[in-house]
Design a protein around this ligand. Structure first.
Ligand SMILES: NC(=O)C1=CN([C@@H]2O[C@H](COP(=O)(O)OP(=O)(O)OC[C@H]3O[C@@H](n4cnc5c(N)ncnc54)[C@H](O)[C@@H]3O)[C@@H](O)[C@H]2O)[C@@H](O)CC1
Ligand SMILES: [K+]
Length: 482
């Protein structure tokens, strides 16, 4: 599991560690890791041109000490000081001793243009609000520079705790972060600014409960349902799909396509698209009665392509089993009914749907995804999966938010969300919790999208077809035949 912790938690851990270590030891650990990463990127340090963008806090201190290390190995290092009289004194002295030089903000543009490597030490976890004008100008230089850009701890200008970006922010090729990932490094739009992220262990002791979690292959493998020898289809769980309409039969077909690959023992379909579903997937149990009379299921998916069929949504929400609500169903579901349910609910909006439910603009949701997903989960008393390039899953009672980054922009294709809801519903029927089902489905769906696209456009049915490959991949080659 990859985890991320808020600035407040990092500060607390830092204080307790600092009290036990000689002064400056933590910064030396950070600078050593940073310099090693820079050296690796440069390949040849000797003779390279390195420019440090140095703010007035410890983030600048890290950059200066790392710059000193590179200068000792023969790099030509120049530090651009944002606030010469408030620069980290020890770091500045170390750079000077190592033969590095100092420049003012006015010289930054030319220096950055000629640099091989730019180190962004403008601001780290101490940054407050959008960058001030001078800092913003330096950050903007990184966007046009041809040099390799390495951000110290965080790309300056991004919000560490939320992943929000207000105004100019550094665009890095690599971010070297210390002690733990910060939430912003894993959530868009900030994540896009970070480039790849390298974590340097500086010995911080962090609490068990993180602010953010990102599942990795091994975590997904441990959560995937595996049939026992004596399993029959009913024990493996039946997922009910109440989706599609005369106008949108395809949504039903795609939700069933996802559900068939999600580990449930059987898929029951209810709705007006039964013949389209059975033509494509003859293994589906098709019912022409409403959800309440269709037969027992262990979880329901309602909403994809539902049009204005509020009655079906209301009927499904009455069921005493986990329910996934997606697409049209989100608009049709009554909030108080969802809040009053005793079995868990999983809602799966994209940013536009989330915006409509929250009564804000789509841009607001996209700019502040973490806030939006937490707010929706709290308002509906439901687990919410907010789709996007970094999908987030939040439980209503708080706790770590799951973030998924396996997605690809190719997944933004019609019907891809229907496949995801079928897949997640199937995992719910296989008795995963709403949070696990949502995050495992997002993980597999993202991987499947990558396999299906493989650098070229793919349709939603291709994504569904690639789910078994993603599943096998997550489980690992050794256990594939189990
Ligand atoms: N937390 C830790 O455990 C460690 C932290 N270290 C470094 O220390 C950093 C935190 O240092 P600080 O607390 O000194 O804070 P920062 O250096 O991140 O930022 C504070 C400085 O930036 C200025 N500033 C704040 N907001 C600004 C804005 N919007 N525009 C322009 N300037 C702004 C402030 O005036 C202040 O001087 C970390 O990010 C990391 O790089 C490392 O040295 C090692 C260990
Ligand atoms: K930085």
């Amino acid at each position: 599991m990859r985890t991320a912790y808020s600035v407040e938690t990092v500060r607390t851990a830092e204080r307790s560690l600092m009290a036990r270590l000689p002064e400056g030891a933590l910064m030396q650990r950070a600078a050593a890791g940073l310099a090693a990463a820079c050296a690796q990127l440069l390949g040849r340090v000797y003779g390279s041109r390195v420019v440090l963008l140095v703010g007035s806090g410890d983030n600048g201190g890290d950059a200066l000490y790392a710059g000193a290390r590179l200068a000792r190995r023969g790099a030509g290092v120049t530090a651009v000081l944002l606030a010469p009289d408030r620069t980290h004194p020890g770091g500045l002295a170390a750079l000077r001793r190592a033969g590095g030089s100092v420049a003012g903000v006015g010289e930054a543009e030319e220096l950055v243009q000629r640099a091989d490597l730019v180190v962004d030490g403008i601001v780290g976890i101490g940054g407050k609000g959008g960058l001030r004008p001078d800092a913003a100008r330096l950050a903007a230089l990184s966007e046009t520079s041809r040099a390799i850009v390495v951000a110290v701890d965080l790309p300056s200008g991004v919000e560490a705790d939320s992943g929000e970006v207000r105004g100019a922010a550094v665009r890095a090729d690599l971010t070297v972060t210390f002690g733990t990932h910060k939430p912003g490094l894993l959530i868009d739009p900030a994540r896009e600014h970070a480039g790849s992220v390298r974590l340097v262990d500086i010995g911080l002791e962090l609490p068990e409960k993180a602010d953010l979690e990102a599942l990795q292959h091994a975590d997904v493998a441990a959560l995937l349902p595996a049939p026992a020898a004596e399993s029959d289809k009913y024990r493996r769980g039946v997922v009910g799909i109440a989706a599609g309409s005369a106008r949108y039969p395809g949504a039903a077909v795609l939700a069933v396509a996802g559900a068939l690959r999600g580990g449930a023992g059987a898929v029951r379909y209810v709705g007006p698209a039964g013949s389209a579903v059975i033509a494509r997937f003859p293994e589906t149990l098709v019912s022409d009665r409403g959800p309440a009379k269709a037969g027992r299921v262990q979880a329901w998916v309602v909403g994809p392509g539902a049009g204005d069929d509020a009655a079906t949504v209301a009927e499904v929400l009455e069921a005493d089993v986990p329910v996934l609500v997606d697409a049209d169903g989100l608009r049709l579901a009554d909030r108080e009914t969802v809040r009053g349910r005793t079995a868990p609910t999983l809602m799966t909006p994209h940013a536009g749907e989330a915006a409509a439910l929250l009564g804000v603009s789509r841009e607001e949701v996209e700019g502040a995804r973490l806030t939006a997903v937490r707010e929706l989960a709290a308002r509906y008393g439901a687990t919410v999966l907010l789709k996007g390039s970094t999908t987030l899953v939040a439980d209503p009672g708080g706790g770590p938010v799951r973030v998924n980054a396996t997605g690809t922009p190719w997944l933004a294709t019609a019907g891809s969300g229907d496949v995801l809801s079928g897949l997640a519903g199937s995992l719910l029927a296989a008795r995963l919790s709403t949070r696990d089902a949502g995050s495992v489905a997002a993980y597999l769906h993202g991987l499947a999208g990558r396999y299906a696209a493989n650098g070229a456009p793919a349709g939603a049915h291709d994504v569904a077809n690639a789910i078994p490959q993603a599943w096998r991949d997550a489980r690992g080659a050794a256990s594939v035949r189990g």
